[in-house]
Design a protein around this ligand. Structure first.
Ligand code: PBG
Length: 329
């Protein structure tokens, strides 16, 4: 009785109402975190060549961008600064400047749209002359503990400027515990930590590095601290450690090529698990659409629902506004 023709799976696909009724997952604007790039200057928009449709915005234009996002129901933006070249140094001092670009950006958004969340990246790559996420020794090795000390200060500076969520994206060991302790000691009890817990050394970050101006300067690669794409058991250990150290939420990055990691992490730990659909993924979708290889809107929605199916709590995506419009429109 349980097989054909008594059971016809296509009955469940017979009409839009039926498909709606049976959908196991749905996209909602609250699933998205929208990354925004920030530049110096006033009334300034700088398009990013390798990310068609994405720009850097000067601080005075950010409030309007955040308003647009909030109006669409997007709960949170993620900020990334393009630090002026003359402020990039060996020791990344600008990361700790309380009046740096990112701090001014946080305040501008909090002033303009207090109801939207602001997430900031804790890592030194927008501030170092060599483009690495941490401090290096003479051989170019990225020093763990010295870097953690600065990241901790950086997270505090961001929290003091008004960041709601700090997101260490550096993959140093022990940074979540150090940051949590400093936030507690500093009275920032409600500033959350979203740990880039399983972050892979990926070829999909290229356009982002153009956007934050670290591309041409990176010496070597980041494989000494970011994870090997071959590994998944190691990702579970990374996530376990970050949770033990006090991460409130964890992230897997990149997104689409690592959905297996998202699914395993969510199943194993059940903590809020975010995925970052990174710049190269965005660029790939845009390139496919521009080449006529697929319908842009459909590609966007299909990739995003895949994150939900894998168990992601939410997705950082450059398509956040487009997707929110498609869903609600
Ligand atoms: C840097 C950082 C990177 C991204 C987010 N934070 C790049 C890197 O690790 O080199 C990538 C995001 C994207 O590609 O969209 N700490």
């Amino acid at each position: 009785m349980s097989s054909f023709p008594y059971l016809r799976m296509r009955r469940g696909r017979v009409a839009p109402w039926m498909r709606d009724m049976l959908a196991e997952n749905r996209l909602h604007p609250s699933d998205f975190i929208w990354p925004l790039f920030v530049c110096e200057g006033s009334d300034c928009e700088e398009p990013i060549g390798s990310l068609p449709g994405v720009s850097r915005w000067s601080v005075d234009r950010l409030g309007a961008k955040a308003k647009e996002a909030a109006a669409l129901g997007i709960p949170c933006v993620a900020l990334f600064p393009n630090t002026p070249n003359e402020l990039r140094t060996e020791r990344a001092e600008e990361a700790l400047n309380k009046d740096n670009l990112i701090c001014r950006a946080i305040k501008a958004i909090k002033d303009a749209v207090p109801e939207i969340g602001v997430l900031t990246d804790v890592a030194l790559d927008p501030y170092t002359a060599h483009g690495h996420d941490g401090l290096t020794d003479q051989t170019g090795y990225v020093l763990n503990d010295d870097t953690v000390a600065i990241l901790t200060e950086q997270a505090l500076v961001q929290a003091e400027a008004g960041a709601d969520i700090v997101a260490p994206s550096d993959m140093m060991d022990g940074r979540v515990a150090a940051i949590r302790t400093a936030l507690e000691d500093g009275g920032h009890h409600n500033v959350a930590i979203m740990a880039y817990a399983a972050k892979y050394a990926s070829a999909f970050y290229g356009p982002f590095r153009e956007a934050v101006g670290s591309q041409g300067r990176l010496k070597g690669d980041k494989r000494g601290y970011q994870m090997d794409p071959a590994n998944i058991e190691e990702a579970l250990r990374e996530v376990e450690l970050d949770i033990a150290e006090g991460a409130d939420f964890v992230m897997v990055k990149p997104g689409l090529p690592y959905l297996d990691v998202v699914a395993r992490v969510k199943d194993a730990f059940g903590v809020p698990t975010f995925a970052y659909q990174v710049s190269g993924e965005y660029a790939m979708i845009e390139a496919a659409a521009a080449a006529g290889a697929g319908d842009r809107d459909a590609l966007i929605l299909e990739t995003l629902i895949a994150f939900k199916r894998a168990g992601a709590t939410g997705v950082l995506t450059y398509h956040a506004l487009d997707a929110a419009r498609l869903i609600t429109g």
